[in-house]
Design a protein around this ligand. Structure first.
Ligand code: AVJ
Length: 319
């Protein structure tokens, strides 16, 4: 297990909280409690993405393993690696060697899931990286199998702003050798009522997940956010095709993050953007990927076309 945390911790918090409107990077959701809350979200009746993607992986895992042949499985944002098991099962059934490189910012999630997987799969070897995506992709260890597949499933790519999305795909293309694979899971555009229900569940787990970001910042940067003085707000922006999740200040208040030397004022009703979750169009996404040296080999989806799983293969560079 390697730890490659960000060199300058909290710079992004200072930047986001000093901006107008304020924002925070979604990676701060995922401390131990946040990762657990996210696992609970995945079980909610309203939150269809995990269930839908899992069914796709279950149905088409064999087809993926057959297309790629023996390859290392790298996973960005592996979390509890619940869905990964369906891929590992498929590679195992195909008789392929099992090598897994999970990458996650949550050390506990990474250590716990790796321990569990090693118990479940006797032939598996794991090389875990505690890291954000960019530094991990820049320094992946040398491949030990003929091919490699980098998985970015769960529609986590939807958290990226359009400019970050383009930069990310370029980074991805540079990290892969020609013929290597990229498996991308994307949540697709659909009826607004379905989307908004998924981010406003009746049990309030998503609200707790959102508010937990403030608790995490308190712990990490010696802050004094009063979590009870903020509210969870999530709505779909139809023009930008994205869910926008906010933390709304319930009164005028001042918050300090001592470890960052930061004092932040909130007006009553002021909203801080904690996450965007973009919803994609299958065809457009395939075009974007092709234009970035990552043409789609196979598209997998469910009957409702609610979620898409795109298997891409790095094309050779042409001069
Ligand atoms: C893990 C980024 C895919 O955007 O749906 C779930 C996170 N936020 N509920 C998403 C999330 C609120 C999730 N991703």
């Amino acid at each position: 297990m390697e730890n490659r945390s960000d060199a300058v911790d909290g710079q992004d918090v200072i930047e986001g909280l000093s901006s107008q409107p304020k924002f925070l990077p979604p990676k701060y959701f995922y401390d131990q409690r946040g990762s657990q809350l996210f696992d609970q979200i995945c079980e909610l009746p309203e939150y269809y993405p995990t269930r839908t993607e899992t069914a796709i992986l279950k149905e088409f895992g064999g087809a993926i393993a057959q297309t790629t042949g023996p390859c290392e499985i790298v996973e960005l944002g592996s979390g509890s690696a619940t869905k990964t098991r369906f891929l590992l099962n498929a590679y195992q059934s195909a008789g392929h060697p099992l090598r897994y490189l999970p990458i996650d910012v949550s050390e506990t999630a990474l250590v716990e899931s790796s321990k569990q997987l090693l118990l479940e799969y006797s032939a598996l070897t794991i090389h875990g990286l505690i890291s954000t995506y960019e530094p991990a992709l820049a320094k992946l260890p040398a491949a030990q199998l003929p091919a490699r597949m980098i998985c970015f499933i769960g529609s986590t790519i939807g958290n990226l702003q359009p400019h970050e999305y383009s930069a990310f795909l370029d980074r991805m293309a540079r990290s892969l050798r020609p013929k290597d694979y990229f498996l991308l899971g994307i949540d697709l555009q659909k009826e607004v009522s379905v989307l908004e229900a998924a981010y406003n569940d009746s049990r309030g787990i998503t609200a707790a997940f959102n508010l937990n970001m403030l608790r995490h910042l308190n712990y990490r940067f010696d802050g004094d956010f009063d979590v009870d003085c903020f509210a969870h707000v999530a709505c779909y922006n139809q023009e930008s095709h994205q869910i926008e999740m906010h933390l709304e200040s319930l009164k005028a208040q001042t918050v300090q993050l001592k470890a960052l030397g930061l004092t932040v004022r909130f007006a009553s009703g002021e909203r801080l953007l904690s996450e965007i979750s973009r919803k994609f169009d299958l065809e457009k996404t395939a075009q974007t990927l092709a234009a970035r040296h990552l043409p789609v080999v196979t598209t997998f989806t469910d009957q409702n076309r609610w979620f898409g799983l795109l298997l891409c293969q790095r094309s050779p560079d042409r001069c």
